[in-house]
Design a protein around this ligand. Structure first.
Ligand code: TRP
Length: 450
């Protein structure tokens, strides 16, 4: 069965898929709005520091385990230990991880569906399908169900096609489009009146906020979510990587591109808000705080586009295409986590597994859509605030304490001959063994108390 495993055909294929997973709504929407409401440049600084000091080492743990085991997270963690109880624990952590990946997808698909609706609206308007445009514009349960279903169907379709023909092929097609749209939008927005004030808010740090534990905590959560950590996504992508590729370099490239794009998206979103204000769109909430959350993307930006006439129609299509693409290359990586477990541990074939699991996750999305008030926020905090950091600790512990140090070294050496003499090998092993778990735990305890 092993020789049937998929593999990324090249380094760049892996890079685009992993960056595609990492770059999502978390970067383009989550990061800029968090920065705007948490002291601007101070948050940006904390985020960049934590991404490299905590998230990168944890990402390396996942990539090393994945490529060493050449298997899904359940099998990989289950086989690392020597004793029955560590093996059982490994499997349990693995199943918990894919459960969390699935739950993340269940709410992600809803938000991504909204992006599709916003994308379809000006498009249908443009080609004269006015009733469709009106239907898309009107918030309703039926609309939310259908757009989420369309998004989930796209995700299932790509994952069903497999690693090379599905995930790699579509990431390779979509990511360059995403870069071009993002840069094009930035250039346009930065030349609009009001943009410089936005730049100032975004980039000038209020250093007093740097010592605020809540700020550090949200920055850490943001970094873990953004790098898709803890749930087996990066682990399974690592398992599809060729032996001759250097893990520390690729991991660093993914981290750099992910944080780079988050930072770049801030150059678009925050100035765009101030441009909107210049056009008379309110951008502050009742308490005088900058609008963040759904209000920003679904009120401020659309009203900005409305004030811009024909240019606004084009901008709106481009912006929500950007959001939808970013979401899709992330959602396929979420679905791949449970699908890879099913395909490698049962008789089910990939297309059947993708369909069955995707359908089950969509049932959860339906439940959430019907119980938005109670379930939406609850599932988001359960998965991203509580489970992801804990799973991150577990993965660091598995690679630091349970996996044999020689195996770790051999795996790293496979694509990087002189790794033994590098700074990476002097620092990282101790770092994932002790520092990462302790720091994540500290932040976690803080969050429970707060
Ligand atoms: N990183 C993606 C974003 O920023 C979301 C994502 C993809 C994710 N796969 C994940 C988040 C796995 C957590 C776990 O939007």
């Amino acid at each position: 069965m092993m020789d049937k495993r998929g593999q990324f055909s090249s380094k760049i294929g892996f890079l685009l898929a992993a960056v595609g997973s990492a770059v999502g709504l978390g970067n383009i929407w989550g990061f800029p709005t968090q920065a705007a409401s948490n002291g601007g440049g101070a948050f940006v600084l904390a985020y960049l520091l934590l991404a490299f000091l905590l998230a990168y080492p944890a990402l390396m743990a996942e990539l090393v385990i994945g490529r060493y085991a050449r298997a899904n997270i359940v099998t990989a963690l289950g086989d690392l230990g020597k004793q029955p109880h560590t093996r059982l624990l490994g499997k349990a952590v693995g199943y918990y991880g894919v459960l969390i990946a699935s739950l993340i997808l269940s709410f992600y698909a809803i938000v991504a569906g909204w992006m599709l609706a916003e994308f379809g609206q000006p498009l249908t308007q443009l080609i004269g399908w006015h009733s469709a445009a009106q239907w898309l514009a009107q918030e309703s349960i039926l609309r939310n169900l259908i757009v989420a279903l369309v998004f989930m169907a796209l995700t299932i379709w790509i994952v069903a096609r497999g690693v090379e023909a599905g995930i790699e092929a579509w990431s390779t097609r979509l990511m360059p489009v995403l870069f071009v749209i993002l840069l094009g939008l930035i250039v346009y927005v930065l030349f609009q009146p009001g943009a410089t004030q936005g730049l100032r808010t975004y980039l000038v740090p209020d250093f007093r906020q740097l010592t605020d534990p809540a700020l550090l905590l949200s920055a850490m959560g943001q970094a873990f979510f953004s790098l898709s950590l803890g749930v087996g996504t990066m682990l399974i992508y690592g398992s599809y990587l060729r032996k001759q590729d250097s893990l520390p370099r690729l991991g660093a490239a993914v981290t750099l591109m992910d944080t780079g794009i988050a930072f770049t998206a801030g150059l678009l979103i925050i100035p765009a808000m101030y441009v909107a204000q210049h056009h008379g769109v309110p951008i502050y909430g009742e308490g005088g705080e900058l609008l963040a959350g759904p209000g920003l993307i679904f009120q401020v930006l659309p009203s900005l586009f409305d004030t811009m006439g024909t240019a606004g129609v084009g901008l709106s299509i481009a912006f929500f295409a950007l959001m939808s693409i970013a979401a899709l290359t992330s959602s396929i990586s979420m679905l791949e986590a449970p699908v890879s477990v099913t395909v490698e541990r049962t008789q089910l074939q990939r297309p059947g597994a993708a369909l069955a699991i995707g359908a089950a996750i969509f049932v959860v999305s339906v439940l959430i859509i019907f119980n938005m008030e109670t379930l939406f926020g609850f599932i988001i905090s359960l998965t991203t605030e509580y489970s992801q950091p804990l799973l991150g600790i577990a993965l660091c512990i598995f690679v630091g304490w349970i996996m044999h140090r020689n195996h770790v070294l051999e795996e790293l050496k496979a694509g990087h001959k002189d790794i033994e003499h590098s700074v990476f090998w002097k620092v990282w092993p101790f770092y994932v063994r002790v520092i990462c778990p302790v720091l994540i735990l500290l932040a976690f305890v803080q969050s429970l108390r707060g």
